[in-house]
Ligand binder design. Structure first.
Ligand SMILES: [Cu+2]
Length: 506
C-alpha cells in the first residue's frame, strides 16, 4: 500500500495510527558521540590543533570539504583546571585541497572590513579570564597557511569552573571558518565537578554548529565546499544545526536518571532555543559562570557564543525530541522566522533509577564570586547599527567600522580605554536587528529589574541585544592589561566591521 500524506482518509485507521506512532516517535540518527577529549595532567595540557581539510559526508551530502581542526567537524574538547597552563600548538595547513578554495569578495574600498583571508587563521579562547596579549588570548595576530604558533594560556588559580569554548577570530574570515566547523569546547573543571561526580551525575557535551557548504564543480569533479562569503547568508538556514558534528544523534538515559548537559552555541547566524520535549531544564550556569541556584525552564534561547549548563532528569520510558524551537519574527536573530528543528533524540529506556536533582542550597557554594566594586568610573554607550550600501551592508559600532591599529587610549573621550581595577557601566543598544554582544577577558553582570537589590544579577560574557532595547551591563576590569575587542557574535557582522578595539591600562 502506498500512503500519501495528503490523502490520509484512504488509509485504514489502524495502519494510520501505527504509521503516525512510528513517524512521531522514531528516533532517527546515529548514536550520540562526543568530540575527543584532551585532559590536563599535573598542571599542564598540550594540545595540537592542526588546521586542515575535513573530507567526508555531512547531512547526506558526500564529498564535503571544509576547513577544520584536526580533520574533525568539531574540534577536540580541552579539559583543564584553574591554575593550569594550557599550550595550544596551532598549525595552519590550509595550503591546498578543495577546502581551501577562496572566491574573493568584491571589496572595492572596504579595506580590512571586507571578508578576506579565508585560509588565514588564529585562535580565541571564548570566555576564559586570561591575558589578551602576547601568545595568550591575542586575537590581533594571525597565521598564514604554512605557518604555526605556540599559544600559551596561564589559567589563574581563581578561574571559575565551567563551560567555555574556542574558535578562530581572524578578522575577515572568522565567520567562514566557524561555519566550516572550526570550534570546540574548553571545560574548566573545579569543585562543582567533584560535587556532581559524588552525586553520580554524568555530564554530556553538546557543541551546536551551523555548518555551511554548497555544491560546486571544480576541474570536472562535484564537491561540496565553502568558498565564498555569500554562501553563508544563502545557505546557513538550509543546513541542520549539528550536535558535535552529528545530525540528530540519539542519546539514551534511564527513567529517573539525572545528567548535566553542557550546551555550546558554536554556530554563527541563528538563535538556538533549546527545549526537551516533556522535560524541564534546570539551569545552573550561564556562559560558564555558576549561579549557585537552579532556574527551572521549559526552554532557553541561545544566541551565537552562548553556553548554558543544565540538569536534566529523564522521565518515563519513551522517545523525546531535543528541539531548537521555532522563532517567529523579532524572536529570530535577524527579525525573520526560524523554523523548528530537531537537534537530537533522547531515548529513555531500561530499568528506572532513583536519581536526584541537586538542590539550590547544595549548589550555592559553587556560585561565581565576581564583584563590581564601587564607584562606577565611567558610563558608556554602545550602539550596533548598519548603514546599507550597494551590495553589502556595513556593520558598525557607534558609527564606526573596526580599526585595528589605533590605540583606543589615543582617541580621548570616544575611545574604549579603561583603567585596570576600575568598574564601568555600559548601555548597549541595537538600531536594526538583534546582535549578540561579546567582550573578551572579563565577564559582566547584566543589570535587570531589581537584581542588584536581590543579589541575583546574572554574569555572562555574551548577551543578545534586542533591536531597539537597551541592555545595561557592569564590568570590573581585573588583573589583565592590554588590547582586545568587543564585537557582535554574528561573526559575519564582526568580519564586516561590527567590532571595537579596547585597551586596559595600568
Ligand atoms: Cu550583529
Amino acid at each position: 500500500m502506498t500512503a500519501e500524506i495528503g490523502n490520509l482518509k484512504r488509509i485504514p485507521a489502524v495502519l494510520l495510527a501505527g504509521w503516525l506512532t512510528c513517524t512521531l516517535l522514531a528516533a532517527q540518527g546515529p548514536e550520540f558521540e562526543q568530540p575527543p577529549v584532551k585532559q590536563s595532567q599535573d598542571g599542564l595540557l598540550n594540545v595540537e590543533l592542526d588546521v586542515k581539510c575535513f573530507q567526508g559526508t555531512v547531512d547526506g551530502h558526500p564529498d564535503v570539504y571544509l576547513r577544520s581542526y584536526n580533520g574533525l567537524l568539531t574540534g577536540p574538547t580541552m579539559r583543564i583546571k584553574a591554575g593550569d597552563v594550557l599550550r595550544v600548538h596551532l598549525s595552519n595547513n590550509l595550503s591546498d585541497g578543495y577546502c581551501t578554495i577562496e572566491k574573493k569578495t568584491d571589496c572595492a574600498s572596504r579595506g580590512m572590513n571586507c571578508p578576506h583571508g579565508f585560509n588565514v587563521t588564529n585562535l580565541h579562547t571564548h570566555g576564559l579570564h586570561v591575558s589578551p596579549s602576547g601568545n595568550s588570548d591575542n586575537v590581533l595576530i594571525e597565521f598564514e597557511p604554512g605557518s604555526d604558533f605556540q599559544y600559551e594560556y596561564y589559567i589563574p588559580a581563581d578561574h571559575p569552573a565551567g563551560t567555555f569554548f574556542y574558535h578562530p577570530h581572524k578578522h575577515g574570515s572568522a565567520a567562514i571558518q566557524m561555519s566550516s566547523g572550526m570550534g570546540g569546547a574548553i571545560i574548566v573543571q573545579g569543585a562543582i565537578d567533584e560535587f556532581m561526580a559524588g552525586k553520580k551525575i554524568q555530564e554530556r557535551l553538546f557543541v551546536f554548529q551551523q555548518i555551511t557548504f554548497d555544491e560546486r564543480e571544480v576541474e570536472g569533479k562535484k564537491v561540496n565546499i565553502l568558498e565564498e562569503f555569500s554562501q553563508l547568508q544563502r545557505n546557513s538556514f538550509d543546513r541542520p544545526t549539528t550536535v558535535n558534528g552529528q545530525v540528530t544523534p540519539v542519546l539514551r538515559m534511564r527513567p529517573g536518571q539525572v545528567e548535566r548537559w553542557r550546551l555550546v552555541h558554536s554556530g554563527i547566524m541563528e538563535m538556538i532555543t533549546a527545549s526537551l520535549q516533556d522535560h524541564k531544564m534546570h539551569i545552573y550556569s550561564y556562559d560558564g559562570l555558576n549561579t549557585g541556584r537552579l532556574d527551572t525552564v521549559d526552554s532557553y534561547a541561545m544566541a551565537p557564543g552562548y553556553r548554558v549548563d543544565v540538569l536534566i532528569q529523564a522521565g518515563k520510558k519513551g522517545t523525546y525530541k531535543l528541539v531548537d524551537q521555532a522563532n517567529v519574527g523579532a524572536a529570530g536573530i535577524k527579525n525573520q522566522d526560524e523554523p523548528e528543528r530537531v537537534l537530537a533524540y533522547l531515548v529513555v529506556e531500561g530499568d528506572p533509577v532513583s536519581g536526584q536533582l541537586p538542590t539550590a542550597a547544595e549548589l550555592a557554594p559553587f556560585a561565581y564570586k565576581g564583584s563590581i566594586p564601587e564607584p562606577i568610573a565611567k558610563n558608556r554607550k554602545v550602539i550596533f547599527a548598519q548603514q546599507p550600501r550597494s551590495l553589502y551592508d556595513f556593520f558598525n559600532v557607534n558609527g564606526a567600522l573596526f580599526m585595528a591599529n589605533e590605540s583606543p587610549c589615543n582617541a580621548q573621550d570616544i575611545g574604549f580605554c579603561m583603567k585596570l581595577g576600575s568598574s564601568e557601566e555600559w548601555t548597549i543598544t541595537s538600531q536594526d536587528q538583534n546582535h549578540p554582544f561579546h567582550i573578551h577577558v572579563n565577564p559582566f553582570q547584566i543589570i535587570e529589574g531589581d537584581c542588584q537589590a536581590t543579589n541575583s544579577c546574572i554574569w555572562k560574557d555574551t548577551v543578545l541585544i534586542r533591536n531597539g532595547q537597551d541592555t545595561v551591563i557592569r564590568s570590573y576590569f581585573k588583573r589583565y592589561i592590554g588590547q582586545f575587542v568587543f564585537h557582535c557574535h554574528i561573526l559575519n557582522h564582526e568580519d564586516q566591521g561590527m567590532m571595537r578595539l579596547v585597551e586596559i591600562r595600568p
